[in-house]
Design a protein around this ligand. Structure first.
Ligand SMILES: O=C(O)[C@H](O)[C@@H](O)[C@H](O)[C@H](O)CO
Ligand SMILES: [Zn+2]
Length: 330
C-alpha cells in the first residue's frame, strides 16, 4: 500500500499526491477436492502445507515448490487435525475421532507407517458420539484441541456437548471450557497475552486473557459478532498475522474476514468460489501466502460444485502471517 506525500515545504500551502494501491488478492486452486478440508498448517522447515480431509480420513501434504499433493488414509474415524511434532522427522499429532494420536508418515506413501493412540477423551455414556475438531499448538508448542457434539446430519447438531482441552502429559488432557458446541478456530497473540477462540454456532470470535506459561485462559470477551455485521454463515478456523489481525474462515459464507480484534473492525473481506470455507494459514517463503481450506459437504441434498473442497492459495493480501507452531510432546 503506497501512500506518498509530496510537500512544498517553503509555504504553508502544500500539494499532496496520494497514491493508493488497492489491495487485490488473487486466488488460485492448488489441490484436488477434499470432502471436508481443514486444519491447514505451514511447516517452515520443509516449506510445505499440511492439512486434513476430516471425512475423507486423510492427512495431506502440499509442496508449493513442486506443486505436488500427497495424502495418506487413516482408519478409525474422522481425522480432524494434523500438526508436525517439533524436532521429530515424520512424526505428527492428529485428532482421530475422540482420540489424539501420534502417527509416523514419510509424506510420500499412501499409508502411514505407525500410529500410537495417546489419549481418548469423552469415553462416557452420552458423549461417545462426540468427536474432536480443530487442534493447534500454542506459541510454546502446547496442543489445544476441542470437541463437538454429534451431527448426524450436517447442520443438525447437538449443542453444548463439547469441551476444549490441552494435552498436558503424553497421556493426559486438561479441560478449559465446557458446553462448547463446535470447537473451532484458535489463535494467540503473545505480546497482548490473548488467545482467540471460536465456538462456531455462537457466530462470534472470542478473546481470552492468556497465561502462556501456565496454559490457562480467563476473562472471555466477544471481539467480533458476525450477526451484528449481517454476515451469513458461521465462523470456523482462523489464523493471525504479524499485526495481530485475525483471518477468519466463514463456513457457508464463501469468505475470509480480516478483523482487528482490538477495535472489532472488519478490515477486509476475501470472497471465494466455494461456500464452505473452513480455515486459513499463512505460508510460503515469506509467510505472505494465505492457504485456505474448504469443503464440499452436501447440505439439504445440495451438492457443492467445483472447486468446493479444494485448497486455495491467496497471494497479494498485503499481510504476513505469524509462524504456525509445531507441537512439543509433553
Ligand atoms: O469444519 C469444521 O470445523 C467442522 O468439522 C464443522 O464445523 C463442520 O464443518 C460442520 O459441523 C458442518 O456443519
Ligand atoms: Zn473448523
Amino acid at each position: 500500500m503506497g501512500i506518498m506525500y509530496r510537500l512544498r515545504s517553503t509555504t504553508i500551502k502544500r500539494t499532496c499526491v496520494i497514491t493508493i494501491t488497492k489491495m487485490s488478492p488473487t486466488i488460485e486452486v492448488v489441490t484436488e477436492r477434499a470432502t471436508l478440508g481443514e486444519g491447514p498448517h505451514w511447516d517452515v522447515s520443509s516449506q510445505c502445507l499440511y492439512y486434513v480431509d476430516i471425512f475423507g480420513q486423510t492427512i495431506n501434504k502440499y509442496v508449493p515448490s513442486t506443486k505436488t499433493h500427497t495424502k495418506a488414509r487413516i482408519e478409525g474415524g474422522p481425522v480432524t487435525f494434523v500438526i508436525p511434532v517439533e524436532g521429530q522427522q515424520n512424526s505428527f499429532l492428529i485428532g482421530l475421532g475422540r482420540k489424539i494420536a501420534e502417527v509416523i508418515w514419510d509424506g510420500l506413501s499412501e499409508t502411514i507407517s505407525d500410529i500410537e493412540i495417546l489419549v481418548e477423551v469423552e469415553d462416557e455414556i452420552g458423549l461417545r458420539n462426540n468427536r474432536l475438531n480443530d487442534g493447534k499448538a500454542d506459541p510454546s508448542g502446547r496442543l489445544w484441541a476441542g470437541t463437538m457434539g454429534p451431527e448426524p446430519e450436517i447442520g443438525k447438531l447437538e449443542h453444548e456437548k463439547g469441551t476444549l482441552y490441552t494435552l498436558i502429559g503424553r497421556h493426559s488432557v486438561k479441560e478449559h471450557l465446557k458446553k462448547v458446541s463446535i470447537s473451532n478456530g484458535l489463535a494467540w497473540n503473545v505480546k497482548l497475552k490473548k488467545m482467540y477462540y471460536i465456538d462456531s454456532p455462537l457466530k462470534t470470535v472470542d478473546q481470552y486473557d492468556y497465561n502462556l506459561s501456565k496454559g490457562e485462559i480467563s476473562n472471555k470477551k466477544v471481539v467480533f459478532d458476525l450477526e451484528k455485521h449481517n454476515i451469513p454463515g458461521v465462523p470456523d478456523g482462523m489464523t493471525i498475522d504479524t499485526e495481530g489481525n485475525l483471518w477468519v474462515a466463514v463456513f457457508n459464507g464463501s469468505r475470509i474476514l480480516k478483523i482487528n480484534p482490538n477495535t472489532s473492525e472488519l478490515l477486509t473481506t476475501i470472497n471465494f468460489p466455494a461456500k464452505q470455507i473452513t480455515a486459513a494459514a499463512f505460508g510460503g517463503p515469506n509467510l505472505e501466502d494465505l492457504y485456505v481450506t474448504s469443503a464440499q459437504l452436501v447440505v439439504d441434498g445440495q451438492k457443492q460444485p467445483e472447486p468446493a473442497g479444494a485448497v486455495f492459495k491467496v497471494t497479494g493480501t498485503g499481510s504476513k502471517g505469524l509462524l504456525c507452531t509445531n507441537v512439543k510432546l509433553p
